[in-house]
Design a protein around this ligand. Structure first.
Ligand code: IVH
Length: 674
């Protein structure tokens, strides 16, 4: 028989199964794809064809089972051989230290080694393997009896249908969690939205809904993942591991996915350091976690400590502050932004979430309010993750008061009374008042003065508010006419800060063309586009003279952006402000219009991730841009290079997944010099 089984169908099917599962493991567990997708698809189809022609060759561990069989009428109940218990929680460092003290006292020792793991925010699952073949998977249920979701679990791509390596026991039940990676969740919701179907509130709900699908073909299309955190019900493993951490290593060697963020630490100080480290990295993990779990590492010690009621004494979950909380909507108001965009905002009963007290949450736009059907008086789930603006995730419909009026977008701008306009094909309603509207004027000034624009330090929100409300300033050009007297009349303006502000305004007169263009606040012209425009045209006059067609010659400027630039400079009021600014002495060095050929990296997109050994992120960005390259924030198929430094996270993973070129700092420097 040949190695690849090409001389007989049974041998070929066995070869293909092993090959396909090896590639699956490389892709879904190791995050290191071994073959192109098309080649994988070819192997998969070949196996499907063999199994169709020879049904007797089909096996329960065949990867073809991953696409899902016939729908079930309902899930079968299964009794757990070993009950699925829960963990006690610690919510503070003191409670974690108390856990350590109890363990030390219970074992009569000075210091304990702990195995630490992320606490996956998914659904608990037990997977049974008999002679290395996956035979049954069940949900936690009430801890004693769960539901048989084997069919759906077969479709979870990183669950091995057959264990790899050697030395696994005849019977093995692996315990862990099924979850959805954040990026897969975003994509799933995009698909749901496009199909006009219900979106999921968070990855956990999406995972739960997918796992409990009676139609495994639907489950197969949901990108679920599994991570193991332990074992239950094992026949003899030889040699028997004596530590939890070595058991986890063993699982990994058999092809079972385990979290990379595991660690063994010493004592309470070790626990706290782990908590801090994972807490800081929380946002960069590819999945949601709601805390970390500490387990006494020595299995014999675990046994000695045992259980109290339904939770082990040897383990505890140390929870992070919740990112979601329930509160009520007291009002829905609208805010007017720099470009007139009118954003509905929910005023909330104060609630502690994500480590801070939140009283406002964005509702994004009118369509969002409709879709989520948020009304005054509603009880809602608010989410605040990291530094992200808090948002209303969803309404709890059962808690709606009887009289809860629907939100209606005001027809007039609440600030200036101008008409609110909303083009058919846009989601955003806007105040039509332009710079007549004080709200837009304030935002325009704040933008003009912001760090990446004219960088006027000290011109903050409170000050702008007063300057506009007292009609001291109407346009950015008025800033350069300010004197000490006008400032001294403002509330809370000390002489010293007035002088500092005037100095900062003066300093901003010397700027760059790119900053100036960005500072004008032209709709759809962000920092990157402003730089492209400056580089392309070289001078402001050339830019102002360009028509929409000429504007579209700039890389990445499409019809929409070109139209909004042309519209901006066609407006006499805007041209006048520009002239006043120049007259006030605002200046920059002008260059020759660049031919794309002068820029060796023109058309190339870079993504920076992690900490580089010598360059700051800003410096690397400037070097790349000076050679015509672009720096983007997220990795996609269109990314040409990812520059990765220490502690690179999900962006690096994504680059590996997509096969994007990965450079370290020295390779980047070489490229810049070539
Ligand atoms: S160990 C005896 N480790 O949290 C129970 N559980 O609140 C041993 N969970 O039902 C559980 N990540 O599903 C353990 N690294 C982890 C975990 C973890 C998430 C879940 C688990 C359990 C629940 C307990």
């Amino acid at each position: 028989m040949t190695r690849d089984g090409s001389d007989n169908p049974a041998g070929r099917a066995a070869f293909l199964r092993a090959e396909i599962e090896r590639h699956n493991h490389a892709y879904y567990v190791l995050d290191a794809p071994t073959i192109p997708d098309a080649e994988y698809d070819r192997l998969f189809r070949e196996l499907q064809d063999i199994e169709a022609a020879h049904p007797e060759l089909s096996t329960p561990d065949s990867p073809t089972r991953r696409v899902g069989g016939a729908p079930l009428p309902e899930f079968r109940q299964v009794a757990h051989a070993v009950p699925m218990l829960s963990l006690n929680n610690a919510f503070s460092a003191e409670e974690a230290a108390a856990f350590d003290r109890r363990c030390r006292e219970g074992l009569g020792v000075e210091q304990i080694d702990y195995a630490c793991e992320p606490k996956f925010d998914g659904l608990a699952i037990g997977l049974r393997y008999e002679k290395g073949v996956f035979v049954q998977g069940a949900t936690r249920g009430d801890g004693f009896t769960g539901e048989d979701v084997t069919q759906n679990l077969r479709t979870v791509r990183n669950i091995p249908l057959r264990l790899t390596g050697s030395g696994y026991p005849d019977l093995l039940e692996v315990r862990g969690e099924v979850l959805m990676l954040r990026r897969d969740f975003e994509r799933l919701n995009e698909r749901q939205r496009a199909a006009g179907e219900k979106e999921f509130a968070n990855p956990r709900n999406a995972a739960a809904g997918s796992l409990r699908q009676l139609d495994p073909k639907i489950a197969a299309q949901r990108p679920l993942r599994f991570f193991a955190y332990g074992v239950a019900d094992v026949s003899t493993v030889a040699p028997a591991p004596s530590l939890h951490s070595s058991m986890m290593e063993r699982l990994a060697a058999w092809g079972i996915p385990v979290a990379a963020e595991r660690a063994v630490v010493q004592g309470a100080a070790g626990l706290m350091a782990y908590y801090e480290r994972i807490g800081a990295a929380r946002r960069t993990l590819s999945y949601d976690i709601d805390g970390v779990v500490y387990k006494v590492n020595r299995l014999a010690d675990q046994e000695r400590l045992g259980y109290v009621s339904r939770a082990p004494r040897f383990a505890i979950a140390h929870k992070f502050p919740a990112e979601e909380a329930l509160t009520t909507v007291e009002a829905i108001e609208v805010q007017v932004g720099r470009t007139g965009a009118i954003t509905p905002v929910a005023r909330l009963a104060p609630v502690f979430v994500g480590g801070v007290t939140v009283t406002n949450a964005t509702l994004h736009n009118e369509d969002e309010v409709r879709r989520k059907d948020v009304r005054i008086g509603d009880t809602v789930i608010v989410r605040r993750a990291g530094d992200v603006i808090p948002e209303v995730v969803s309404v709890v419909p059962e808690k709606r008061p009887i009289l809860a009026p629907e939100f209606v977008m005001p027809k007039k701008c609440p600030v200036c009374g101008s008409a609110v306009e909303k083009p058919e094909d846009e989601a955003i309603a806007r105040c039509s008042g332009g710079l007549f509207c004080p709200a837009q004027r304030k935002q325009a000034l704040l933008h003009f003065a912001s760090r990446r624009a004219m960088d006027i330090e000290g011109l903050g929100e409170k000050l702008v508010e007063q300057l506009v409300d007292n009609a001291v300033i109407k346009t950015p050009a008025d800033l350069y006419k300010l004197g000490v007297l006008a400032l001294a009349n403002l509330e809370r303006m000390a002489e010293k800060s007035a002088a500092n502000l005037l100095a900062a305004i003066d300093k901003s007169r010397h700027t760059t063309l790119a900053r100036f263009i960005y500072a004008l606040g032209i709709r759809n012209v962000g920092e990157a586009t402003a730089k492209d425009l400056a580089r392309h045209f070289g001078s402001l006059d050339a830019l102002m003279a360009a028509d929409a067609d000429q504007l579209q010659l700039v890389p990445d400027v499409g019809p929409v952006v070109a139209a909004s630039i042309a519209r901006f400079f066609a407006e006499p009021h805007n041209r006048e402000v520009v002239e006043q600014l120049r007259a006030a002495g605002v200046q920059w060095e002008e260059g020759a219009p660049s031919a794309a050929a002068h820029a060796p990296l023109a058309g190339k997109t870079f993504v920076l991730t992690g900490t580089l050994p010598t360059l700051t992120r800003e410096a690397a960005k400037e070097l790349i841009e000076a050679r015509g390259g672009k720096v983007a924030g997220s990795v996609s198929k269109k990314t040409h290079y990812v520059v990765a430094g220490a502690e690179a996270g999900s962006k690096l993973e994504k680059a590996q997944e997509l096969g994007v070129n990965i450079l370290d700092e020295s390779q980047l420097k070489e490229l810049l010099e070539s």
